[in-house]
Design a protein around this ligand. Structure first.
Ligand code: AHM
Ligand code: MG
Length: 335
């Protein structure tokens, strides 16, 4: 079969054997994420109808309570993963603590934990700008047969077995990696099927786009300020183009296709930046590296950082390899 006609379901089955642990559990897990993504996509796409069919806190026509979309997305992903009995624990950006899942036989036999940002960039929903779901999957480190502990979630990004995102944009895409490159699937909404549309995605080594919230410039560290000035300088292929949607998944997705760098540095206001290591930075870093890009906090590889708490934040610089290395050089020189 031509790869272009391949559905996500077929792709998962075909690639299951290339994964080093071939129990099929990870495939079932990715299938569940695919299902939850379709449900959330349906809801996100009618967000503009909120004045017609009811806003959060209202009761809809069927007498059901309407939820805010980020709460809705959180519930859907957790429900889907829990009901199908394929993970032993879930941590979500929307929850204070991790959730322990008892397997049907109460024996905690499942091996994987999922960390998820169910609807990233949700402040963009009201203005019809793309949002996304980000997920990250690890094998548990505590023994199977016991309840999960915080140790299962506080693992370095380099231990991830899979990661990906769904972008609810002009079209809805699911992009993921299991450590063997990055593949992107586009949803055909008429029939509810994801098709392989972007096989083997790669960041160009160089790019001409920089994405950063320049409104915070005054608060940035010197290295970042210097790098931004470098991007704006007239020399060689510069000045670069500035593009910032304010929705990490969309900014990352565009930069991966066109070549670019995304930065959310620390600032004098937020000493660790804004983005969460476990729910946002590690999964994006895994995708970036699998697509020949790079992700750093300015000095250290993101996936080498040992997390100390679930909702930890880190400065994040990610994208085309040469651009990230240049930004790191400016950070070092400003020390
Ligand atoms: P969220 O998890 O509260 O949605 O915040 C994450 C989002 C990212 O998608 C985006 O890149 C960033 O926050 C934008 O922040 P800012 O508005 O400070 O530039
Ligand atoms: Mg987020």
């Amino acid at each position: 079969m031509s790869r272009q006609n391949q559905t996500l379901g077929e792709f998962i089955i075909e690639n299951q054997s290339s994964f080093k642990y071939t129990s099929g559990e990870l495939s079932r897990l990715i299938n569940s994420i695919r299902l939850a993504a379709k449900v959330v996509n349906h809801e996100v796409n009618k967000a503009g109808l909120v004045d017609i069919i009811g806003a959060a806190g209202d009761t809809n026509i069927q007498g059901e309570d309407q939820q805010k979309l980020d709460v809705y997305a959180n519930d859907k992903f957790i429900q889907t993963l829990t009901n199908r009995n394929i993970v032993c624990g879930i941590a979500s950006e929307e929850e204070d603590d991790f959730i322990t899942i008892n397997s049907q036989d109460e024996n905690h036999q499942n091996k994987y934990v999922v960390l998820i940002d169910p609807l990233d960039g949700s402040s963009n929903i009201d203005v019809n700008v793309s949002v996304g779901t980000i997920f990250s999957i690890y094998r548990r480190v505590t023994p199977v047969g016991t309840p999960v502990t915080i140790k299962d979630f506080l693992q370095k990004g380099s231990q991830q077995v899979a990661a990906g995102y769904v972008v609810y944009g002009t079209s809805t895409m699911l992009v993921y990696t299991t450590g063997d490159g990055v593949n992107g699937f586009t949803l055909n909404p008429a029939i509810g099927t994801f098709y392989l549309s972007h096989p083997d995605m790669q960041f160009p080594e160089d790019g001409k786009i920089y994405s950063v919230n320049e409104g915070n410039y005054i608060h940035f560290p010197k290295g970042i300020k210097d790098y931004i000035k470098y991007c704006q300088m007239e020399e060689g292929d510069r000045p670069y183009t500035s593009r910032y949607i304010g929705s990490l998944v969309s900014d990352f997705h565009r930069n991966m296709i066109k070549g670019g760098i995304y930065m959310y540095p620390k600032s004098s206001k937020n000493s660790d930046g804004k983005l969460r290591l476990l729910y946002e930075c590690n999964p994006m870093a895994f995708l970036a590296e699998q697509a020949n890009g790079k992700a750093s906090d300015g000095f250290t590889r993101i996936m080498d950082i040992m997390p100390t708490e679930l909702h930890q934040r880190v400065p994040f610089i990610c994208g085309s390899k040469n651009m990230v290395e240049k930004a790191e050089e400016f950070m070092r020189n400003a020390q």
